[in-house]
Design a protein around this ligand. Sequence first.
Ligand SMILES: C[S@@+](CC[C@H](N)C(=O)[O-])C[C@H]1O[C@@H](n2cnc3c(N)ncnc32)[C@H](O)[C@@H]1O
Length: 449
Amino acid sequence: MANSQFNVHVKVFEQDVEQFFGSMYHEEDDEYISKLTSAMTHSPNWSTLRVTPKSQDQEMCMEDARDELQSLINDDAHQVIIHPHIPDCLCIQVTGPHKVSLLSNFVVVGKQCGEAVLRGSHVFAPGVIGTSNNIRLNEQVSIMANIDGKMPKGTKVTSEQMLTGHVHVGNGKLLMSREEILQKDSKGVAIQITQPIFNTCSFHSFCDSKHFHFFPQNLPSMLVSHLLDPQYSDKILDMCASPGGKSSHIAALMMRQPRVGQKGQVIACDRSANKVKKLKELMEKLDLSGWVDCMVSDGTKPHQSLARQSFDRVLCDAPCSGLGQRPSLGHTEYNMQKLEQTAHYQRKILKKSVEMVKNNGVLVFSTCTISPLENEENVLWLLKEFNGNGTSLVQLDDIKMPWAHKNEYWCGGLKKLIRDERLMRFDPVVNKESIGFFAARFIVKHFNK
Ligand SMILES: C[S@@+](CC[C@H](N)C(=O)[O-])C[C@H]1O[C@@H](n2cnc3c(N)ncnc32)[C@H](O)[C@@H]1O
């Protein structure tokens, strides 16, 4: 049963951030902010997986991929659909919010764990903070997410404590005793979700059928690699590549392009050595090591082995505030000052990204946030910084963007850009199918003097 009462009373954004968004998004809809905060606590209504044939020589037949995924899921309630516009995307509908009854016994989890449950995960032992008294193995319990983060681990919790500061995120079956769950270094699934608020098939890592890899990836992230439009012989730089979703997608697209010229290459960089190690492991698992080279490189000062103006295409999928991620139980770690700092940091990486692109090459910039400081404002900054008066000119590419924002929530100079439909902006209020996201594609020219 759908629960129209799923109005989670959490503060989604800090007050100054909410005020700022309010000042940016107001013209046609003065209820926009309340719609936005409600949308942020809800799940997108599709789960999406990217499909890649396991062998380079195998044809990409989406009907076969859909059938193989459907049999892998083995559940008629979750129908797999081929996305009507994205050639390598399969979708599974998310239903909800469902009405789930509050039970007398419960387990309290941290905010992040609660968000993971809303996104389809079971509860893993490290995410548990406390429990009600006398919970028993195999019984049904309610899962309550602690929002303020103030409850100490190991608390025996009373129902009165649940009246404020907690959100009911689903019910499940207890698979471990209280002692097992709360002991140090406890691992594994502690509660198996049986009654989710949002119901979907959840995939936490990629899975395989006989002929296909299925890689869980959100819909706009998939579009980014299509926007980059990699060709078979391209040399491509991914400035911020971990955990590797887009690098692996770019390589998968490249290898299926007409084989003109020499085989190309993706250089997948990240600042963190540990993340680069995991990136390499992922590329090996996906049989992409022959296409993707992974290296430690800080985007604010790229590694000296990476020659300037040598890449056909550069992706700057910048570290961001993540304010588009949903369902969310609050993005309150970001105030305006932090948003400004994040946008500033992105500019440093963007500037270096421009330097790495060949003359007449392509740059794609993307974030998973809805903060205009990091998105539209950074686009305006980039166009001004490289306006051709110096040694480089950066221009928005003259293509119509899929999913460009058609509604004019934006004011001032930004509105013109939106009208031009040259920015891809997923808005959680408008785009029910996805998280909040942003991307833009540029052509870079250099005048070497
Ligand atoms: C949005 S994530 C990238 C997601 C990735 N493109 C994908 O599709 O899987 C941003 C990444 O940037 C990395 N990062 C942060 N600062 C960086 C820097 N100065 N240079 C390179 N990478 C950086 C972080 O480690 C993080 O993994």
